[in-house]
Design a protein around this ligand. Structure first.
Ligand SMILES: NC(=O)c1ccc[n+]([C@@H]2O[C@H](COP(=O)([O-])OP(=O)(O)OC[C@H]3O[C@@H](n4cnc5c(N)ncnc54)[C@H](OP(=O)(O)O)[C@@H]3O)[C@@H](O)[C@H]2O)c1
Length: 338
């Protein structure tokens, strides 16, 4: 069996090595990972930006899907042959986030899924929704769950409400899927007209190129007849919040998710006050959120585009591709035969 380890920060620090197979101990399960998907967090982790104190060597990547191979005698709820996915915060089962619950991060402070097999505690896995390909299942633990939490748990989006979604990456695609499932009208931004056309083909209602329309927030507001959007899926962060607030309706909700344009900026506090806006930071979600999302996805034909599938050994190329922004939706890695 093989795994990829990050020996030092940077794409050159990734190396494929042998990985010994061990039997699961009490409370543990051995999973044969078959697919992994990339998140921006994985790129930031590998480059040393997410957590400069990340323990090295480390197996990167938070999001994987595979098949249970062996379970300890005391484990209930999982049996060999079950298709499972990883979890981003393995110690956050439910309730409020606490430092303790958020301490272990898959692929950052504990082993990630860029390996062909792994022994983990049973509560670090969840059975995947029925009827989803293994690659699609590998996009769920971080990207989909973040979008689910933003729209369903925190934003409580209702049919007919307006949702602004920035960009065409993993979180944004899942946000589009859930917004459509909830019956919302979607306003999407992208740097590329070609990607906007592709998003329209996936059901996006109103399209805005944030490169050619730097005042896209006002353009979105105009497109709503001046009322503004009820919710913003804010993946840009520091450089996009002000425009997002220009697009927001009175009483609207901004889900602060991403850091694509930086980690700090001037906050238009008076506008937040005048709008009676809620600006809510979120970090992925807990196991109960993930279970609820999987129930919603069970047996439904809902998925996001996977623009690239590469072999495990090409992880550096895959991360460079993500860095370039050339992808549309998700980039996946093949870890097994699937
Ligand atoms: N807080 C959390 O729980 C959480 C969870 C997951 C992700 N995140 C964060 O969310 C962000 C997106 O993550 P991801 O994994 O979805 O990344 P991704 O798949 O790489 O997607 C990034 C996309 O964002 C768009 N983008 C880049 N700069 C932008 C800008 N200035 N304005 C609007 N859109 C822009 C680009 O879309 P176009 O090519 O169409 O322009 C790009 O493809 C990252 O900052 C990540 O760290 C946070």
């Amino acid at each position: 069996m093989k795994k990829v380890i990050l020996e030092s920060f940077g794409l050159d620090g990734l190396r494929v090595v042998d990985d010994a197979v061990v039997e699961p101990g009490p409370g543990e399960v051995r999973v044969r990972w078959q697919a992994a998907s990339l998140n921006y967090h994985d790129l930031a982790a590998v480059m040393g930006m997410a957590n400069p104190r990340m323990p090295l060597p480390q197996v990167p990547l938070s999001d994987g899907a595979g098949v249970v191979e062996a379970v300890a005698a005391d484990v209930t709820g999982l049996t060999p042959g079950d298709v499972v996915t990883s979890r981003f915060f393995p110690d956050w089962q439910a309730g409020r986030p606490t430092l303790e619950r958020l301490q272990r991060v898959t692929g950052e402070t504990c082993s990630g899924v860029l390996r062909q097999q792994q022994v983990v505690t049973a509560d670090a896995l969840l059975r995947a929704p029925e009827g989803m390909s293994i690659q699609q299942a590998s996009t769920l633990p971080c990207a989909a769950l973040t979008a689910w939490r933003a729209l369903v748990v925190e934003g409580k989006v209702q049919p007919g409400q307006r949702v602004l979604i920035q960009g065409s990456g993993g979180v944004s695609h899942w946000a589009l899927v859930f917004a459509r499932l909830l019956g919302a009208r979607t306003y999407v931004t992208s740097s590329s007209d070609e990607k906007l056309e592709q998003l329209a083909a996936l059901g996006a209602d109103e399209l805005f190129n944030y490169r050619t329309q730097p005042e896209w927030g006002r353009a979105v507001r105009r497109a709503t007849g001046g009322e503004g959007v009820d919710m913003v899926v804010e993946v840009g962060g520091a450089g996009t919040l002000a425009e997002s607030l220009n697009a927001l309706a009175i009483g609207g909700h901004v889900s602060m998710i991403g850091v694509l344009t930086g980690i700090a900026s001037t906050v238009p506090t008076a506008r937040i006050m005048a709008l009676n806006a809620t600006v809510k930071g979120i970090t992925v979600g807990h196991a109960d959120h993930q279970r609820a999302m999987y129930r919603a996805l069970d047996g439904r034909d809902l998925s996001v585009p996977v623009s690239h599938v590469l072999p495990m050994a090409d992880v550096a190329e895959a991360l460079a591709l993500m860095q370039s922004g050339a992808h549309f939706g998700k980039i996946c890695l093949k870890l097994g035969d699937s």
